[in-house]
Design a protein around this ligand. Sequence first.
Ligand code: NAD
Length: 251
Amino acid sequence: MSEEFPQTLLDTLRRAQRITVLTGAGISAESGLPTFRDKLTGLWAHYRPEDLSTPDAFRRDPRLVWEWFATHRAAMTAAAPNPAHHALVRMEAVVPQFTLLTQNIDGLHQRADNRRVVELHGNIARTKCFVEDLPVDTWDETGDVPPRCPRCGGLLRPDVVWFGELLPEQALATASAAAKQCDVFFSIGTSGIVEPAASLAYRALSRGATVVLINLDVVNDASRQLYKINAPAGQVLPALVEAAWPTAAAL
Ligand code: NAD
């Protein structure tokens, strides 16, 4: 397997003390979860995610938005981590300082058993109050859709970051520091369109880190500091981890 990867990349990975990984919807595609680039299907075929994932959409039609997220929550709960998620668990076990930043809201990194996961866009399994912006764990099932906050009676919403909303401050600060301080920065399955996460790879690159992009919409390329790998994450990540750290395969 190792001959598939440039020796310079394998050497850099073995030497790395600090690795930061940023993941997007593409890493969960092989778990059967559609990315934002995939068209919505079935009942939702006439909608675009950009039109349903906003505070304005929720104000306009809270029931529609709640039900759309409920459909996603059910799919994400039913999905299982794939070989790409498992490879990152092995990487975390062998790299001295490892930070996993994710834009995903599906919780699959935690379910695979990565320890240090920074969620930039929240988690669909959690719920919060639209009015108070505070977490809500339990509520009365009165038949209201969306249900109501047991504290203030406001509408409940998923605890995810919608278009036009700010990212959680602490997560963003951690992400920014981890991008600045790493030796290697991986960007996996993210289109790089959504800011500010999109600029993290460039921040790492400008600080001298080696950047590895794994995505289906890049052209294969290897230069001294930037490696682009066009392959499904579920295939390439296990192979790369095994090639760089053969002992990690046993973990
Ligand atoms: P995106 O949908 O904009 O882009 C996905 C990227 O993944 C594309 O560039 C595509 O080429 C690549 N890709 C698809 N399959 C791949 C594979 N098997 N291996 C490697 N790459 C693959 O996703 P984004 O950049 O993460 O941004 C969209 C936003 O949508 C994020 O903020 C995220 O929160 C949200 N989202 C999350 C999920 C999830 O949690 N699973 C799913 C859909 C959307």
